[in-house]
Each structure stands twice: as C-alpha cells, then as structure tokens.
Design a protein around this ligand. Structure first.
Ligand code: SF4
Length: 520
C-alpha cells in the first residue's frame, strides 16, 4: 500500500535543511509506491532527488524536470497517458522510453561530448618556478628570483609548442603559468611568436592566456601582450587588507600594483574600441580562512575593478597550500556556507541591475539551462587529465594537468606522463594516460551512477588521489563530491523557487560570448 505520509522527508534527520544552503535528498521509494506498481519499461533510465517540495529527475541526455510528488509517483508507475499534460511534458524531455527519437538524441549527445573526438585543448606552460611573491597558499614549488636554473629554456619551449600543435583539437590555448611567468620574459615572447608563426600553416583556432601577478609588468611587456592578443588573467583575493595579508609581495604593495595595472590594461582595451563588459583583465580569488567572513567585500571588490565574473574557488589540497592548511584552511561546510552567502549577494546585486555572476554557478547553469557543454575541464566526463589538458614543466616534463604538476612539486611524480622528448602519440597512448582517463569517468563510480547530477558533473583524478589516495576516489566520503552536489542542490533550489525575472538572470549567466579579439 502507498504510504500517505510525506515520502519526501526520507532522510531529513541526517541532513537538516538550511535556509541558506538547502540540501536535496534521495526519494524513499518504499514509502512512495509499492514495487509491484512500478513500470520501469515506461521510462528511460533516470535518477532522482528531492528538491524542496519537488522531485528532480534527470536522464543521461541531460534532460531534467521538477515534478510534484504526485506527478513523480504517476511517472514511476507509468500512468501518464498520451494527451495528458504530464505525458507531453515527459515526452518533451525524453523521459518516455517509447517516444525517444534515438537518432536525434545520439546527435545531441555527440554535440555535447565533442571533446571526446579530439585531443587536449589547454596547454599550460610553466615558464619558471621563480616568483617575487610569497603567497601563503601558493601551489607551485616557488623559488627566489635569482634561481634562473628553474626557467624553461627556449629549446624546451620549442619542443613543447611542437607537441602542443600535434593535438587533434581544432582549437588550443597556450597558458603561461609560474612561479611568475613574466619573470622568464624571453621564453614567453619566444613561445608566442613561434606558435603564431607555426599557426600560419597549422591553422588552429589559437589563443594565449597569461596568469600573472602583474608586479613585473611594464609598458614594453604590455605593448607586446596587447599587440599579440594575449589575454591577461590575475589573482585578486579581495580588498587591499585581505589581499595583502595573504599575497605577500616583498617588493611593494601587491594590491595597489595589481589594481593600477588592471586599470591601465582595461583602458588599453577601451582605446582599441573593445567593449569593457567583455574585454578586461580577468581575476580569480582564492578563498582562505580570513576570506570566509568577507564574502560581500570580495564581491564588491570584483565589481569595482570591472570584473563581470567571480570564480569562488575553494583552497585546493595541492602544494604549499596543504602546508598552510592550519592557518588558511577550513572545512567544506564552512566553504559552502561562504559560497551560498556570496552567491545570494551576487543574486541581490543582479536584481539591482549590477551585472556580475559566479563562475561555478554559470558553468553548471550552462549545462542545466542551456543544454550546452562548456568543456570546463573539472566538470566534464572523462575529466580533463591528459586528453583535455597538458602541463609542461620547465625541465620538459609533461603532466596530466597543472594539478598533476602541483602533485609533482610535492615530490610525487604520479601524474608525469612523459616529456617533451616523447612524441604526441606516445603521450596520448601510454598506459598512464589510459589509466587516468578511465579513472576520470563517473559512469563507473558507485555513487555517481545513481546521482541525479551525473549528466552535468565531473571528476578530477588528481584531487581524488591527493585527498583519498585513489585515482577513482570514494564519492560518498569525497569533499569533491560534497562541493559539487551541494552547489547543484543550491542552484536547483534556486531554480525551483525562481520567478521569470530570476530565470532571465540565470539565463543571462549562461550566455557565452566568444572573445574574438583573443582568438587568432
Ligand atoms: S561526484 Fe558526487 S555530485 Fe558528482 S555525479 Fe558523482 S555522486 Fe553526483
């Protein structure tokens, strides 16, 4: 017999709802409907989760619906009939097995998984381990500015670029990382010009991104970067006191230098006639313990310097950050509370007409609302290791990703898949690469297979390895899973409660405008 009490409260004892960050939970089928009434042949395979008073269902195509409890019970029991509103709704979203147009869905799946048909698109070159900052959380194995022996040589850079161009991807981004990459300016210049020259015959959709603290910027460097269409990204942790407390610059005031250069660079873009809403220095904050109570200040700072997106990233477990965990670290629950407060504030700002978004939310909404696949490497299946990105170290070692290189900087070469002496085919086809790709699938994870967020989620094998000692990880105890599931829950509760105005705002966050100026 069907239990009349509310089955949607199944495990509410374990997971108390919070107004700030409401959790979803699994439906307790036993109290919803008797198994002898279920008609599994009616539906395509689906997963479910309770969101507020609704039940969220999703399928592997990436379709989803929020159903009332009664609608969900009818769905499970295969009761909806042709011509009924619920049946039509289920057909439109590909949940009725007999009505699915398989060719159409195969084409759609292929479009979203396009990245499976070609090689890595992101090539992160670490130009040096030297840096003039001593940021407390720094991931990389930084050294003093006199350690020129840690610079990438021109010859290593040339071999690296040659390998990068062997990617079968039509488009590729060469990203400059460090240390402070502008400290090895000669190699940076060489890579940009060599890659541009190579591309005259290769014809890739080529772009460059520089991740810099801006402290070594000067007019000559800026002229070069602007002239060669190199996109500039920096690290901004919030207002001056917060930023300078963590990002220690022995040569001066990190925040003041950064803001001055951001303004100058943004003005150069305006002078070129580029829309400042689209073209400006991108900045990323790293969230540390002192940031947790400063969510409003951090968002305000980003808006003030002209950024339209804030990427609220949790301190990760790699490199020096792990050593500083005692003073800078915090629990995942603390981060998620911070995240919810910050995004609530961002939503409030949007309602007042301020254009700003949170990047994590925007990536997820892009998948959920726009049925798109932005190929964000941490949130795709398989994960980005090796076949989405490669990390090139100054000594010529090649890693599965930048994170793989961070693990190496802690003395563990687990993610080294070869070197610039190897061929592209050797790098892509070797046993380590195959193992890392296989581990980055969520179809094999016991918890992921039954998770409603599987169509939009992803794996990062380096994170699993570092936090749980296994490439595959154990999602039930994983902070990776907890973070993503909680943010998905947060967004789904927002979507469930959204009015037309809020939906329009979320749709705006999913609008990806290609930055043509930075594409060669
Ligand atoms: S990692 Fe967690 S949230 Fe993501 S699909 Fe797996 S179980 Fe779901």
């Amino acid at each position: 017999m069907l239990e009349p009490s509310n089955p949607l409260e199944a495990d509410s004892v374990q997971r108390p709802a919070s107004d700030l960050l409401p959790h979803g939970r699994q439906v307790d089928f036993a109290t919803l409907s008797s198994p002898d009434r279920w008609k599994p042949e009616f539906a395509v395979p689906f997963n479910q989760r309770v969101i507020g008073e609704k039940v969220l269902i999703s399928n592997d195509f990436g379709d989803w619906l929020l159903l009332s409890k009664d609608e969900f019970r009818d769905f499970v029991e295969g009761r909806p009939q042709r011509g009924e509103p619920l049946y039509d709704k289920l057909v439109r979203t590909n949940f009725v097995a007999a009505e699915v147009n398989r060719e159409l869905q195969a084409m759609r799946w292929r479009r979203k998984k396009e990245y499976l048909f070609y090689g890595p698109t992101l090539h992160a070159f670490v130009l040096t381990h030297r840096c003039n900052h001593g940021c407390q959380y720094c991931h990389s194995s930084i050294v003093g500015m006199d350690r020129y022996d840690t610079d990438m040589s021109i010859e290593t850079a040339r071999r690296g670029v040659d390998i990068a161009f062997r990617t079968t991807a039509p488009g590729m981004t060469i990203e400059f990382q460090g240390g402070e990459p502008t400290a090895n300016w000669e190699t940076l210049r060489f890579i940009v010009d060599y890659a541009r020259e190579k591309n005259e015959t290769e014809g890739k959709i080529l772009s460059f991104a520089l991740v810099t603290n801006l402290s070594l910027m000067d007019d000559e460097k800026l002229d070069f970067l602007v002239d060669r269409h190199v996109q500039i990204c920096t690290s901004l942790d919030g207002p001056e006191d917060l930023h300078n407390k963590i990002r220690i610059f022995r040569g001066g005031n990190s925040h003041a230098t950064l803001i001055e250069w951001m303004q100058r660079i943004n003005q150069r873009y305006i002078d070129l006639g580029l829309d400042p809403n689209q073209y400006h220095v991108e900045a990323l904050p790293t969230i540390t313990r002192p940031s947790l109570s400063r969510w409003k200040d951090i968002v305000d700072q980003f808006v003030e310097v002209g950024c339209r997106a804030v990427f609220l990233r949790k301190l990760d477990p790699f490199g020096f950050a792990a050593k500083s965990a005692k003073t800078l670290g915090y629990s995942m629950d603390e981060f998620l509370e911070f995240y919810a407060r910050a995004v609530d504030y961002i939503i409030d700002l949007n309602r007042q007409g301020v254009q700003v978004m949170e990047r994590h939310a925007a990536i997820m909404l892009n998948k959920i609302l726009a049925d798109d696949e932005p190929n964000y490497l941490d949130l795709r299946i398989p994960g980005g290791a090796c076949i989405g990105q490669l990390g090139y170290s100054p000594d010529g070692s090649i890693y599965s990703s930048d994170e793989g290189r961070f693990v190496a900087s802690m003395g563990d070469d687990m993610f080294r898949i070869g070197s610039v002496e190897d061929s592209y085919d050797e790098l892509m086809g070797n046993a380590a690469t195959r193992a890392l790709v296989m581990a980055g699938l969520n179809d094999g994870h016991p918890d992921c297979v039954s998770c409603v967020y599987k169509p939009w989620c992803g794996q990062q094998v380096e994170y699993n390895y570092k936090t749980q000692g296994s490439l595959h990880g154990h999602m039930r105890d994983s902070t990776w899973c907890k973070k993503h599931k909680s943010i998905f829950d947060y967004l789904m509760h927002k979507l469930e409660a959204a009015d037309e105005r809020d939906l329009e705002m979320f749709r705006l966050w999913t609008t990806n405008r290609r930055l043509d100026h930075f594409i060669l």
